[in-house]
Design a protein around this ligand. Structure first.
Ligand code: MSP
Length: 688
């Protein structure tokens, strides 16, 4: 029996799920569903990468403990995926005990092989990459080209992993297993990297503590990539799944091209050292741009796949429909492995053309004809003519290619073939012209044509399931078929159509993909676009300038309430240049106080707002209403010290809701960071 273990990278929790991370995860889920339909035993793993100095610093910046911070962020990933119809079998967090324990076991194995030794490391470290960089890899000014920020010079005691020892073994492995690195172009890149010389790898750090302690030497914590890569293996340790999936299954790691080297060089070398089996394939996909723009961090936050799916679902009135449409667009528009642009206008166009006019129309016209001509029942297949034989032969040819495409992990090609079947069936309706046969009173012929169409549609409902699971269910419901419930050993996708039995009832319903006319499409794109423009404006920092008229807030998002604040999308550098010089007297007009949040709650029917009671040293806590709800759960804020603008004019929110102050914060509304002070400062202390 075939078994498939499909993994995504585990995502850093200093970011929220965005279109880039959704892309890998959706590809993995579609592949999982394909194998399920083939009757294969399938396991999909995703999760979050939670250790390292980057996370420790992020947590500190928010005034949270690392454990609290990573849990909150990890929860967002876990909750996001089902909204995109992604159903992983397991979700691993690198802070889980099961992971920590097994990574330490792996460390001990490597140590027992003599592949770990102590030494000193000096070099340029990029916290964005969580890795050392050679000078060659840096831009002038020691800037990391990937993160566009300065690297830091570090010198510390470290354990090294004897990576260099595995260079030749790795090259042999690639040669003997050409499918190990996919696509092929990427393989050559990795080979040249190794051929240019592999150095031993620093795999522990001593300058911070937020990591997995090195067994026997807890002064060191493991290098975050050592810890992270092991997740694919540690997630299987607590059951016999290790044997079933790692040792006896096909193991596929889906990764972005940015992290291919970690997966194709370091990870297999670690496994070789430990005497463990290597994965079968590391597939590196390309990078997405959004509307032609690079998804930098500020933009990525705005390119929220859940918002896109929700807005699309609302526009076409169907629960989960939006997720299906997004999945289709991501997998169809971009050849996996290549870079590609995600464009909302193109998504609407493809929706109308492929989903609406092609597949949706095929279903609607077939069911419409059945309502008229067969009393809403599946008719007899009768005698096939050359037309049917030709159609069935062509369908079978495409069908085989669909399977081949999925096996080669080429979802775009699979979808292209599936839609070729739908186009053929649409052409067949026109060529067979059942309405003309009906006029002639040729009942048997009408029945044959409609049965043929229903049988092809039944097949299409199976083929689309990996990418459009919810639409497949709806399609099958209208066709009088139950939803697909794949079981191990049963191959739903074996080539060859199942011919529908006469007499079964059909259940035509609302159009599967109602056309988005220009007005609705325009409104949809517009509803999503400001979010992009907003983030692209880079105005992430909230700057308070003391103007005589009060405080002027320059930010991309209204994170706090103020009657006198104005919001613009000017970039921070521009703000710095444009801000007028103020005297200390002018600055001191702004009454900044240390506040302690005593209570916090959501505001009914206002998605973005939280209502806080903040102690600023007065007899009663201040009631402050702030736009923090997209970034914080109320309970996260209680007990935190914040910076309050205490002398702002009160602001009305209607229904008696009034804010008596403002919290100082930075960032877009989904990822705000609150200004804070050292815990010692008492509530009410003035900031000056
Ligand atoms: N935590 C590491 C992975 C450890 S795996 C053992 C990491 N995390 S990440 O959150 O920064 O990114 C993970 C993956 O997100 C990338 O490899 C890539 O798969 C995906 N993407 C991030 N931005 C992307 C695009 N703009 N386009 C496509 N995928 C992108 O690296």
């Amino acid at each position: 029996m075939s078994r498939f273990y499909i993994t995504t990278p585990i995502y850093y929790v200093n970011d929220v799920p965005h279109l880039g991370t959704a892309y890998t995860t959706i590809v993995a889920d579609a592949l999982r569903r394909y194998h399920l339909l083939r009757g294969h035993e399938t396991r999909m793993l995703t999760g979050t990468d939670e250790h390292g100095q980057k996370m420790e610093r992020e947590a500190q910046a928010r005034g949270l403990s690392p454990a609290h911070f990573v849990k909150t962020m990890s929860d967002r990933f876990e909750a996001a995926w089902p909204k995109l119809e992604v159903r992983p079998d397991d979700f691993i967090r690198t802070t889980q005990e099961r992971h920590v324990r097994s990574v330490q076991d792996l460390w001990r194995i490597l140590e027992s092989r003599g592949d770990l030794y102590e030494g000193t490391y000096e070099g340029w470290y990029c916290y964005g990459c969580e890795g050392y960089k050679t000078e060659k890899e840096l831009l002038p000014g020691n800037i990391c080209p990937l993160h566009n920020r300065a690297v830091e010079w570090l010198k510390e005691e470290t354990y090294f992993f004897r990576l260099s020892k595995y260079a030749n073994k790795l090259l042999d492995h690639y040669r003997e297993n050409p499918g190990f690195i996919e696509p092929e172009s990427r393989r050559n890149e990795v080979i040249s990297f190794i051929e240019s010389g592999l150095k031993d790898l620093s795999v522990s750090r001593t300058t911070f503590t937020w990591g997995i302690p090195v067994p026997g030497n807890p002064k060191h914590v493991m290098y975050v990539w050592f810890d992270a890569l092991a997740n694919y293996w540690t997630a299987l340790q607590d059951s016999d799944d290790h044997k079933k999936f790692w040792n006896e299954g096909t193991v596929i790691h889906l990764v972005g091209k940015d992290i291919l080297r970690f997966h194709a060089v370091i990870w297999p070398a670690v496994l070789m050292s430990a005497g463990l089996r290597l994965p079968d394939t590391v597939f590196a996909h390309g990078f997405l741009t959004f509307g032609g723009q690079k998804m930098g961090k500020s933009l990525r936050n705005a390119v929220d796949p859940l918002a896109i799916a929700r807005a699309f679902g609302d526009a076409i009135h169907g629960e989960n429909s939006g997720a299906d449409v997004l999945r289709y667009q991501l997998l169809r528009a971009i050849a996996l492995g290549q870079d590609g642009d995600f464009d909302l206008g193109a998504m609407v166009e493809r929706y109308n053309a492929d989903l609406g006019k092609n597949l949706g129309n095929l279903l609607a016209r077939t069911l419409g004809l059945c309502t008229k001509m067969t009393g809403g029942l599946v008719p007899h297949p009768g005698e096939w003519t050359a037309l049917e034989n030709e159609l069935f032969a062509a369908v079978e040819g495409h069908w085989v290619e669909v399977l081949d495409a999925w096996d080669a992990i080429e979802p775009h090609r699979a979808l292209e073939r599936i839609w070729a079947i739908s186009s053929l069936a649409n052409q067949y309706v026109d060529r067979a012209a059942p309405w003309a046969e009906d006029k002639k009173g040729n009942r048997a012929r009408v029945d044959t044509i409609l049965n043929t169409l229903l049988s092809v549609l039944g097949g299409l409902s199976e083929l689309v399931w990996p990418v459009l699971p919810s639409k497949s269910d709806e399609m099958r419901r209208q066709l009088g078929l139950g939803p697909l419930a794949p079981t191990v050993g049963e191959d739903w996708l074996a080539p060859g159509l199942e011919i529908r039995q006469a007499g079964e009832a059909l259940a035509p319903g609302a159009p599967l993909f109602p056309t988005l006319d220009e007005t609705r499409a325009g409104a949809l794109v517009e509803a999503l676009t400001p979010r992009i423009a907003e983030a692209a404006g880079t105005g992430e920092v909230t700057v308070l300038t003391a103007a005589t008229s009060g405080a002027t807030k320059t930010s991309t998002s209204t994170s706090t309430s103020t009657s006198t604040s104005t919001s613009t999308s000017t970039s921070t550098t521009e703000v710095a240049a444009a801000a007028p010089v103020v005297t200390y007297e002018q600055f001191s007009l702004v009454d900044l106080r240390v506040g302690l949040v005593k209570a916090c709650e959501r505001v009914p029917k206002k998605d973005k707002l939280l209502k806080l009671a903040v102690d600023i040293g007065e007899a009663e806590p201040r009631a402050i209403v702030a736009g923090l709800a997209l970034s914080f759960q109320p309970e996260q804020l209680v007990g935190r010290r914040v910076v309050v603008v205490a002398n702002l004019a009160p602001r009305e929110f209607g229904k008696g809701l009034v804010s008596h102050g403002m919290l100082v914060a930075t960032g877009p509304s989904e990822k705000l960071v609150l200004a804070t002070v050292d815990a010692d400062a008492p509530p009410g202390a003035k900031l000056k």
